[in-house]
Design a protein around this ligand. Sequence first.
Ligand code: SF4
Length: 779
Amino acid sequence: MKVNRELYLKLNESVLPFVQKPARYLGLETGTTVKDIKTIPLKFALAFPDFYELGMSHIGMGLIYDILNSEEHIACERVYMPYPDMNAKLKEHNIPLFSLESFEEIKNFDIVGFSLQYELSYTNILFMLELSGIPIFSKDRSGPDDPFIGAGGPCAFNPLPLNDFMDFFIIGDGEVTTVEVCNAVLKAKNSLKSGTLGKTDYRNYVKSLLAEIRGVYVPGFSKSVQKSILSDIDLDRKFNGNENTAYIAKHIVPLVETVHNRLAVEIARGCSSGCRFCQAGYIYRPVRERKKEAVINAVKHGLQTTGLEEMSLSSLSTGDYSDIEALLSELADLTSEKKISMSFPSMRIGSLSENILQKTATVKKTNFTLAPEAGTQRLRDIINKNISEDDLLKEASLLSQKGFKTLKLYFMIGLPFERIADLDGIADLIIKIKKTAKGLNITVNVNNFVPKPHTPFQWHPMEKESELNFKINYLKRLLKPLNVNFKYQDPKVSFIEGLISRGDDFTPKIIYNAYKFGAVYDSESRLFNCGAWLKALECEYGYNYNEHKYLYEEKNIDSPLPWDFIDILIDKDFLKEEYKKSRLQNLKSIYTSKSNSSFDGDGVSSQNLLTENCRKVCYLCGVCDFKTVRPVYSSKAENIKMHKKKRKDDEKYINININNDTNTENPVGRASFSELTFIYSKRGAAKYLGHLETVKILLKAFRIIGIPLIYRKSEFTSRPKLSFSNPIPFMSESDSLHIKARVSAEYAAETDLNILSDNINRLLPDGLKIIGINVVKHQ
Ligand code: SF4
């Protein structure tokens, strides 16, 4: 039951009936934690400055939510950026932004913590603060009445662009640090209550406490900050070494379709590949793998409690996981028995084996994504993408042999030292893939390179919009006859991304002015308001953005960088060396193509220009002290080695026709099965759920309970045999809806249908209820 009943009633009457997908704002998902918020001493609003569908797909949000709510003294509730129709209604009725769990106004929380995943969502933060009635600038917040506003996530590694708006930033792993931040605020609140701290000193006192926590940067209080780091992502978690417990106790399962509607289990943090363009590869070092047993527990627990039918193993490079084959073997039994599809969002080329594909494809042939990043070996060597064309062709061929239909390839343009021949190389590569891997539908995604802070390319200039546009048009012409889908990023969007991510003390003013000129929802490409940004730059500060210095000029490698005060533990000299190697690699490619002889430049031998995966060779980048911080691998063998060296297809889901028996697979034989008809009602808040959403909620409940549904199986897919009553109009209520499912005759005969109905109802949101189950046996 929502605590703020008054607000709920107001929304129900004047707002929710008039917005699209109101279920986004109702907090009816399974797996949420709703505490009696008025009685909890510390209230934390976990804010995602983008839409619900994106935020619900983000693994880190679920993790922090789970950790904070596992603390008795903390209530953590969620808030997402509302869609434009919702914002208009909230403003029309003078309703401030509220949390999903208790419908509590955001300004009543003690802390509001934003997850920073993408620079183009920064103006949404200002919007959400304003909609909450919280002063946008940190200097305008006063006393204990205003919450502390903080931010964490990958973009926080350059906090300067948001310096004027945030009270604090969390740099690095947030699991432990976020709880420490909450405890510091609570300590100050208690001092305030006891009278030992005055209201006027309150905010400065809290900030001084926060500045003492490792990994917390407080503008105006901290001079520098060292990132926080978990030495072992299994052992440092709250479940301390208990291998039988999943690392996330409760998963929130969305009611509406989200970007990734699947169970995502993080198997490792950090990456050992050393690609010179990749910020994540540097800020999350070193690699820390979750133990195989912990991953399996997490998968079992997640599938059991969510009823989801898809899962993914998440990390920066899943194929590099040291126990990958053994892990997949164990997971394959589990997932094929439960008809779960398994996918890997990030597979390094060269790490995909026949065995891995065999395991992942047991249930459904998922799409595959590979990222060569550059079209030629020359450019791949410059960016230290240690893959070969042979590896790529072998893997594409394997995918087509195994029945995969779609391959997405990711490339970047505007990379350092790129030439037109490298773009030609992209087309050549695709021609070769099409020859070797027949039948694959290929999508080519091209992103514009942004030289990000804390990478070896942080000194390199970004390419101008005109150059990027030229390259995009060039590629369009090259790829047109090849019959591939070509997707690319608007160079104007990349310009803003570069402008913010490489920002300095001056950037908050640009962000604020762009916001005031109408820049909001910029992360949604159709709503991106470039004009507002250009106006903020040109009108207010006289910048011609095509001459923007900190984007378009190479930085002096020996001069300080604005973000140097953020210590990611990597020695700057290591990054410099990597940058120099890339320059020399470029020179080498020019020299050897002209003189056909070997190259040795600037004291660095040609053999050393590539930096190997640091699972094989440690380059002493500075992160590991090999006492408290070191790479952690699931496989013991890998540890020794190290130390020696230093959808849309969900539509199909409900369209399966129970009368189509051509491919029937009945695990107990064709002789007999039973059809269960679940009659259900949809009333109250549940009337906001669409037909598809309702069906999915019911199916998840069936999965959690373990109802052994009979599946229809074809070569590429496996779906339960189901049929449904016709959809009722949106926002209508009914007591006579049904869903029919086939189960074995034995199961139907042995099951107490009243108990089954009660068990399902315990898992359903308010207003959705099974009111009867009928059974018909078929011979
Ligand atoms: S210190 Fe060595 S092992 Fe650790 S992250 Fe750096 S290169 Fe890898």
